[in-house]
Write a protein that binds this ligand. Sequence first.
Ligand code: ATP
Length: 134
Amino acid sequence: MNTLTLDIVTPNGSVYNEDNAEIVVLQTTAGEMGVMHGHIPTVAPLKIGHIKVTKDGKSDYIAVTEGFAEIRREKINILVQSAESAEDIDLERAKSAKQRATFYLEGDKEDTDKKRAERALKRAENRIEVAKFK
Ligand code: ATP
């Protein structure tokens, strides 16, 4: 079976690399997208969510924030603000971030602060979900 190379890169450097992925499932702003070797080259915007990488019948889950996937026939490059493999997620940290964001959202702040808090809440909830795949 032909496989794919996957690289997940953030401003802090490479977070995940797999040279023999059988299928990579991305959560794009337009919905879920399964990518296998030979996919038509494209660029897809990603939403806060996870990337599922399957190899030898086993899957890895990586939490990601907003960014882009560059898809080529043999390779996917993911560029996102932050990414953590399920096993690297600090659950307590994510729970505290969720609490902080919820506190802001319940308060009487200006709109810009609310938008920021809403995104922080999404990141925290996403990490809490992905940590379940540890
Ligand atoms: P926090 O308020 O806890 O910093 P955040 O959503 O503001 O959360 P980000 O700005 O998305 O954090 O990420 C900053 C850095 O911290 C990134 O390198 C990211 O991978 C890492 N990070 C954030 N939250 C966690 C977590 N719960 N577990 C592991 N790494 C995390």
